[in-house]
Design a protein around this ligand. Structure first.
Ligand code: 7GP
Length: 826
């Protein structure tokens, strides 16, 4: 194969025959099978193993470089990393995708089949977890010293099945057949204490000393997942902790005949990293969850300190120069009192010195304003599990309250609002407040969100510490979300702007000048059509539904939540159905509404909405009067690898949350990057997307944040819309009949109730008419083929801002103060 012209500098080069030899070697020597016996799973493992040779070489060089340079590093603490699959990404980032494809081809194996064998690493729920995955990709790509710290969940996010229209949760067992990427590091095992009591001692010169006598000790076993940067030069690490009992086995009990009892402690300890909580935007409030949080923070801090001490001994003075810890929401906030405990109780620094260190190390990102998602822990629970930490939190708060008193002397109401401790029938610890007090920087994730964080969530904090609250708009990695998931579009872009746009996404602007060029439009829309064919095949396979690829593919993919308003789209679908029944000639371009969404297992209404979408879909898809023009497909088990198939095929991107509720959104960026046109509210990053693409290339509708506020203040009455708008009334009443659920009238009634009797908290009815009009504008625009092609191209062209490399650059310059550390060639 002749070398292709490229602008991308590569860390490794291996050729087709070398790659092929490596795959065969691993098939024989690692898997103990051979070419005749191997199934696709074995080929997948052998290909991963061949790749892992390159990966580990890169990892070794990177770690050596970082060690020799004693670099400052960012430590990204996150309870979730939604990584998806790694093989295709690692191949792409090493520039070996085509090499692997050709090598396997010669072996009579299809790389795309092999890639399908990989289970998703779904150690996260949604946006926050996927953002963490994009960020560590960017950190490695930009050759920044960084490590991700999280939990090695045995079971990731549940697998969703749809049975008779309803969501059923099944356990996710991503590691059942081994994970070829991870490396266990027993030499770095840590121990973590829990429960017990605190003893107060009086040391020399009257110094009060606290000693925590734990009731339980568990072990944390680190598993390292290499994170390959684009170009394959820097390979960083994601270190995930697995819990194990510290004693392994109680031999005394075992010998005395208590076979089962001897296992109890093991089982309890291992439960800590057993499952990911399947909640998104709701607080779990469970003891086990707090233990999970503390477990991974304590392991990670010990790991960081061990590494620091190796270079600097007991001299803490350089710690803040070497270490920055980014808290991905409040899930790791317990790390703040943990570091204080280590510094004060163990290292015996005085409080002020310790606090000065602490507040130069931590930075905190907020991902939501929804009150139900703001973590608060009962003080009683903390006292039981982490008695010393509760004392430390009280002390932090005591000193903080003094500072508040200096600023607002005698103002008790401001104290009550700012206090880390919420007084009430049950004393609660506010983890958001703890995070703001203990960090030197706090950021929201889009311009609007960060403004609302300042104005509504932590208002006085901004006055107390001007400049501490800031914005870093989210981003997505263009390597996974364009280069890898949409190879045809990537090649087309390469042909116009060169192949280094994955490293410099602003270069996509270079295709804007072809937006009205007929040939380019044709090529661009041809790629879209091909991608739609692939998705249509997937829909056929998975649901047995035939969809027409000439139809508009209208895609809404995200967690299911009332604020995201999948039910607004549902009402509109029902309205279209009704319009078509009333008037068979109703003028509309054929459309397929495609959904992907998981609901939290305990979130009843969210599950009801999934059920309703499926029931309405059943009816419409099988109704020959309308199904040439309208179809609905709910694809089960939405996950990263499914997103990679849906996003390249979308014409329309639904981003229709109630203004002020979606912190940023990142699916909006992925879809626009792949040439989908957004229909959306002025919420989260939609606003910044609109600024980039221009008003004529996006369909914005609905109430603004200020209008939402005003409407709520004036006393919002959803019944007014119900009586005023005959279509709204008709579709809501329709939900109560048994039309969609034959023999079971009322099976979909909870949605109507939530919108009328329970006050329509998210203003679905208030925004309905505007949404319906915007959808008609979409329909009209789509029918003008040239106009639509131009819009789609401009959407791709203008997404430069939303690369996660830009987000990381913002963090580096404004918060982390980090330098790149290029890996030296040996
Ligand atoms: C999400 C936000 O809902 C989404 O708007 C944002 O793009 C994403 O974080 C990344 O910043 N939040 C979560 O996933 C979440 O679990 C609760 O929030 C803490």
């Amino acid at each position: 194969m002749s070398a292709k012209k490229t602008n991308v500098d590569r860390g490794v080069t291996i050729n087709k025959s070398e790659f092929k030899a490596a795959v065969v070697k691993h098939l024989h020597c690692t898997l103990g099978t051979d070419e005749n016996k191997a199934n696709n799973h074995a080929w997948w493992k052998a290909t991963c193993a061949a790749m892992q040779e390159q990966v580990l070489e890169g990892l070794r060089k990177t770690q050596k470089t970082h060690y020799l340079n004693d670099t400052r590093a960012v430590h990204y603490f996150s309870a979730e990393f939604l990584m998806g699959r790694l093989l295709s990404n690692n191949l792409q980032n090493f520039g070996l995708f085509d090499v692997a494809n050709a090598a396997l081809n010669e072996l009579g194996i299809s790389l795309s089949d092999v890639l399908e064998e990989e289970p998703d690493m779904a150690l996260g729920n949604g946006g926050l977890g996927r953002l963490a995955a994009c960020f560590i990709d960017s950190l490695a790509t930009m050759e920044l010293p960084a490590i991700g710290y999280g939990i090695h969940y045995e079971h990731g996010l549940f697998r969703q099945e749809i049975q008779a229209g309803a969501q059923i949760e099944r356990p996710d067992s991503w590691r059942d057949y081994g994970n070829p990427w991870e490396i266990c590091r027993p030499e770095s095992i840590q121990e973590v204490s829990l429960y017990g009591y605190v003893e107060t001692k009086y040391g020399e010169n009257g110094r009060i000393q606290k000693e925590w006598h734990p009731g339980h000790i568990v072990k944390g076993i680190p598993w390292d997942i290499p994170v390959v940067g684009y170009g394959g030069k820097t390979v960083n690490v994601l270190r995930l902790w697995q819990s194990k009992a510290s004693g392994y086995f109680n031999w005394d009990v075992f010998n005395a005949g208590g076979y089962v009892d001897a296992q109890v402690e093991n089982v309890q300890a291992e439960t800590i990293s057993k499952v990911l909580y399947p909640n998104d935007e709701t607080e779990a409030g469970k003891e086990l969850r707090l233990i999970q949080q503390y477990f991974f923070c304590a392991c990670s801090l010990k790991d960081i300190i061990r590494r620091y001490k190796r270079a600097h001994g007991d001299d803490w003075s350089r710690f803040v120069d070497q270490v920055v810890i980014q808290l991905n929401d409040t899930h790791p906030a317990i790390a703040i009192p943990e570091l204080m405990r280590i510094l004060v109780d163990r290292a015996e620094l005085d409080w002020d010195k310790a606090w000065a260190i602490c507040t130069k190390v931590f930075a905190y990102t907020n991902h939501t304003l929804l009150p139900e998602a703001l973590e608060r822990w009962p003080a009683r629970m903390l006292e039981k599990i982490l008695p010393r930490h509760l004392e430390i939190i009280y002390e932090i708060n005591h000193r903080f309250m003094k500072e508040v008193d200096k600023k607002w002397p005698g103002d008790n109401s401001v104290k009550a609002r700012l206090s880390i401790i919420e007084e009430g029938p049950e004393k609660m610890v506010r983890m958001g407040h703890l995070s703001v007090v203990g960090s030197y920087a706090v950021n929201g994730v889009a311009e609007l969100h960060s403004r609302l964080v300042k104005e509504n969530l932590f208002p006085e904090f901004d006055q107390l510490w001007p400049g501490k609250l800031t914005n870093v708009t989210n981003g997505i990695t263009p390597r996974r979300w364009l280069k890898t998931c949409n190879p045809a579009l990537s090649k087309l872009i390469d042909s116009k702007v060169g192949d280094d746009w994955p490293l410099d996404l602003k270069k996509l602007a270079g295709i804007e000048k072809y937006a009205s060029n007929k040939t380019f439009q044709k090529q661009f829309m041809q790629v879209k059509l091909q991608n739609k064919k692939v998705l249509a095949e997937e829909i056929k396979q998975s649901l047995g539904i035939d969809v027409d690829t000439d139809a508009i593919f209208d895609v809404q993919i995200k967690r299911l939540h009332e604020y995201k308003r999948q039910h607004l789209a549902l009402l509109y679908i029902m309205a279209l159905y009704r319009r078509l029944l009333e008037n068979p000639d109703y003028d509309m371009h054929p459309r397929v509404f495609i959904f992907g969404a998981k609901a939290a297992p305990g979130y009843k209404l969210a599950k009801d909405i999934i059920f309703a979408i499926n029931k309405v879909a059943d009816k419409i898809n099988n109704d020959a009067r309308v199904n040439q023009k309208l179809k609905v497909a709910f694809l089960p088990n939405y996950r990263v690898s499914l997103a990679e198939k849906m996003i390249p095929a979308a014409d329309v991107s639904e981003q229709i949350s109630t203004a002020g509720k979606e912190a940023s959104g990142t699916g909006n960026m992925k879809l626009a990057l792949n040439g989908a046109v957004t229909i959306g509210t002025l919420d989260g990053a939609n606003i910044e997307i609109a600024e980039e693409v221009g008003d004529e290339n996006i369909f914005i509708f609905g109430l603004t944040v200020d209008e939402v506020k005003a409407l709520k203040a004036s006393g919002y009455k959803p019944y007014d819309y119900y009586y005023k708008n005959a279509e709204i009334k008709a579709v809501l009443d329709w939900l109560e009949t048994d039309y969609f659920t034959p023999g079971k009238p009322g099976a979909l009634a909870s949605i109507k109730q939530s919108l009328l009797d329970h006050g329509d908290q998210y203003l679905v009815l208030a925004d309905y008419e505007a949404y319906s009009e915007a959808q008609e504008a979409v329909d009209k625009a789509y029918r003008d083929k040239e106009r639509w092609a131009r819009m789609a191209i401009i959407n791709t062209a203008k997404m430069g801002k939303f690369t996660s490399d830009r987000s990381i650059k913002d963090y580096v310059e404004r918060i982390w103060k980090l330098n790149a550390c290029p890996v030296v060639k040996e």
